[in-house]
Design a protein. Sequence first.
Length: 143
Amino acid sequence: MEVRFSGDGSYYHLYHLVWIPKYRRKVLKDELKQFIAERFFEITAYHPDVEIDTYNIQEDHVHLVMVIPPKYAVSMIVGKMKSNSSRQARAEFSWLGEMYRRHEFWSPGFFSSTVGVNEAQIKRYVELQEKVDKGQWQLSIGL
């Protein structure tokens, strides 16, 4: 991953996201697993500056590492991904309707954490920034 640029500045916003199917049922396998993976990538059609870097779908939960620009709320992006994949999966796999009532599929909520630059690297960058700006010091923060 690299620093991204937008009209408002630059950013390095990498998130680790996790969520589970309702009741943590072990349903994310075989054709459904592949179907869900393909639906996740549809978010880039609506938000081309959002990027899925890495993902792993287990039988009872999903992990994603994503770049989400600061102009979007993480909860909004996750909500769109969950609602779109849920709606499409229930339409494609009729047996999900028998297992999950009331148009449910994903459990409410999600886990989110940031993945970033090492704290020591950031402190060093801040401490030496004036020298870097004046061209007196070359510094790499490892991005």
